[in-house]
Design a protein around this ligand. Sequence first.
Ligand SMILES: *[C@@H]1O[C@H](CO)[C@@H](O)[C@H](O)[C@H]1NC(C)=O
Ligand SMILES: *[C@@H]1O[C@H](CO)[C@@H](O)[C@H](O)[C@H]1NC(C)=O
Ligand SMILES: *[C@@H]1O[C@H](CO)[C@@H](O)[C@H](O)[C@H]1NC(C)=O
Ligand SMILES: *[C@@H]1O[C@H](CO)[C@@H](O)[C@H](O)[C@H]1NC(C)=O
Ligand SMILES: *[C@@H]1O[C@H](CO)[C@@H](O)[C@H](O)[C@H]1NC(C)=O
Ligand SMILES: *[C@@H]1O[C@H](CO)[C@@H](O)[C@H](O)[C@H]1NC(C)=O
Ligand SMILES: *[C@@H]1O[C@H](CO)[C@@H](O)[C@H](O)[C@H]1NC(C)=O
Length: 502
Amino acid sequence: MRGSMAATALGLRVLVVFGVVVTAAAAAGGAVVDGLGVNWGTMSTRRLPPKVVARLLTDNGFKKVKIFDADERTLRGLAGTGIETMVAVPNDMLAAVCDYDRARAWVKDNVTRYAFDGGVNIKFVAVGNEPFLKAYNGSFDRVTVPALKNIQRALDEAGHGGAVKATVPVNADVYDSPPDNPVPSAGRFRADVAGTMAELASFLNRTGAPLTVNIYPFLSLYYGGDDFPLDYAFFDGNATSPVVDGNVTYTNVFDANFDTLVSALRKVGLGRLPVVIGEVGWPTDGDRRATPALARRFYGGLLRRLAARRGTPLRPGARIEAYLFGLIDEDAKSVAPGSFERHWGIFTFDGRPKFPLDLHGGGGDRTMPTPAAGVEYLPRRWCVLNPNVAAADDDDGRVADNVAYACSRADCTPLGYGCSCGGGGALDARGNASYAFNAYYQAQGQVESACDFQGLAVVVDKDASQGTCNFSVQVVGSPAPPPPVAAAITVGAVLALLLVLV
Ligand SMILES: *[C@@H]1O[C@H](CO)[C@@H](O)[C@H](O)[C@H]1NC(C)=O
Ligand SMILES: *[C@@H]1O[C@H](CO)[C@@H](O)[C@H](O)[C@H]1NC(C)=O
Ligand SMILES: *[C@@H]1O[C@H](CO)[C@@H](O)[C@H](O)[C@H]1NC(C)=O
Ligand SMILES: *[C@@H]1O[C@H](CO)[C@@H](O)[C@H](O)[C@H]1NC(C)=O
Ligand SMILES: *[C@@H]1O[C@H](CO)[C@@H](O)[C@H](O)[C@H]1NC(C)=O
Ligand SMILES: *[C@@H]1O[C@H](CO)[C@@H](O)[C@H](O)[C@H]1NC(C)=O
Ligand SMILES: *[C@@H]1O[C@H](CO)[C@@H](O)[C@H](O)[C@H]1NC(C)=O
């Protein structure tokens, strides 16, 4: 599907027709858009049982999943499903697997162990997660490529090399365009990691593995503020200020960003290196533009394009493999990048679809994904501020102190300005306190001692939800272990995206 731009117009029409035929067939068979996967993160105060999540994946037709470690419980959940899985070596293990014996042990423990009939269909090992993120100050720059080489060598020696490839998911901040020529064709790798990226790309080219990149139009919008035109984040093709790059006009930031990477790869002689989108998505709460309506618009456009195999201007007609971020909300993620971090799921924490989304890419966006089956909830009980407490005169600050305590250990992000329970008078101060107390009580599995707050709180059996603000009842699930030290942060592709835009 390569060729001159002149040939593309005709090529596209053929592709569109073809796309419709393919999607209709796929929808009938229940499979998602070809190449579509999803990220399954587990940073939640209480985790849904892995088998329930695995069934959520298969019921919705997902054939690919990406996880952030090689957790045994998660992998047991995936066993026997046939779902192609990308497991990961977390950043805090990169230095260790620079020792080849450790790499070999990792592969034995986390790949070979599941390589049997009815085991896990592991296809990729992600070595690190956004290791060159600027925020990491270069901590992983020297260990990532050696770790990658060791993991691939260990895969090869264990006989998995043909089927399982090691890759590195990078953040889009590893490339950008110069400020004085902010167009995709001027893309290049960020100066401090340019050498490392060239070495990485050349190694992936040798092994036949793709480069994995995370691209977040939402973050361009979030960090770009009001200077970033809203329409440019979507795929409607009617951005008011498109980016003109020679004879190509970019109407959305996803294409512009992807092609900036393609240009950077061309500069190191690897313009054809396959690229997989490791994360792409839109959150639904925690910011005024993190809403189900905008998420629906974003995903609808994204899935229609992936299904139509339009590729991007520099890779017209390319099949793009992309993993949505993410499957379910994770209420224990770090909110350092923003409150939206805990609301990336296309499903709620308990596996209910949040908005219509046609995963088959057929063009309609009225289909609701299939909810999780077999979810068990804790009893229908809520923890609220005791009605006898006069919250208005919280003279000694006891209510405020207890709310702060609850919110430091549970998710209160929906209370923020512009969020589902914040602003607009959704909740008064009493409602606010009750929300916080309930969030903590649920996260603690409704143990009695978690609804005390120095005598300020009581358990009630009448749903405490108010309007659009849902006071959740948690699921029966295993409490999550404490988050790892180098907690995954999804920070943006910010600079590259902004530069491409200006
Ligand atoms: C667009 O420009 C590129 C190089 O700048 C050239 O290879 C290509 O043929 C051009 N396409 C059209 C349709 O003019
Ligand atoms: C396998 O992966 C798990 C989960 O990520 C990790 O805790 C464990 O240390 C790994 N095994 C080895 C031998 O490195
Ligand atoms: C990176 O450096 C900044 C500024 O020096 C510091 O605030 C931050 O904690 C550092 N981050 C890491 C992961 O070392
Ligand atoms: C590596 O890149 C070269 C040049 O683009 C290409 O010819 C070759 O097929 C690539 N190798 C693999 C394994 O993809
Ligand atoms: C952009 O296009 C979409 C449909 O493709 C339409 O619903 C929307 O109103 C348009 N927006 C603008 C600003 O033209
Ligand atoms: C509710 O709590 C949030 C977050 O703690 C705070 O920003 C907001 O001002 C509070 N609203 C009221 C009415 O107390
Ligand atoms: C609130 O969450 C519960 C699960 O905890 C769910 O059953 C209910 O439908 C939700 N309500 C709304 C309005 O989303």
